[in-house]
Write a protein that binds this ligand. Sequence first.
Ligand SMILES: [Zn+2]
Length: 102
Amino acid sequence: METMDNDLTFGVYDALCLACDVPAMVNDIGLCESCNAKMERDLIRQREWDYSASAFGCPVDKREELRNHVIAQYGKALELLAAEPPRTARSRSRKKKRKPTR
Ligand SMILES: [Zn+2]
């Protein structure tokens, strides 16, 4: 089956990105591709391995290496998350902006 040529599962539906509020193709947690990339890096910085798609396929003993790599490349400041628990589809907070419309 042919899909969009992305390495991640984007192309789910068009909606507003939860983070930047721009209409875009968002993934299953409501983030556009660039915000998702930022969140991935934030999750790795915070060692939220279970939430990170990049870390998911990464062997446990390579995770710190991955984190060091992210920090070396992008710095250790969080880009998207504000030092709070990651927002997932299940624990979507209502206080922030609009929810994605289907
Ligand atoms: Zn976005």
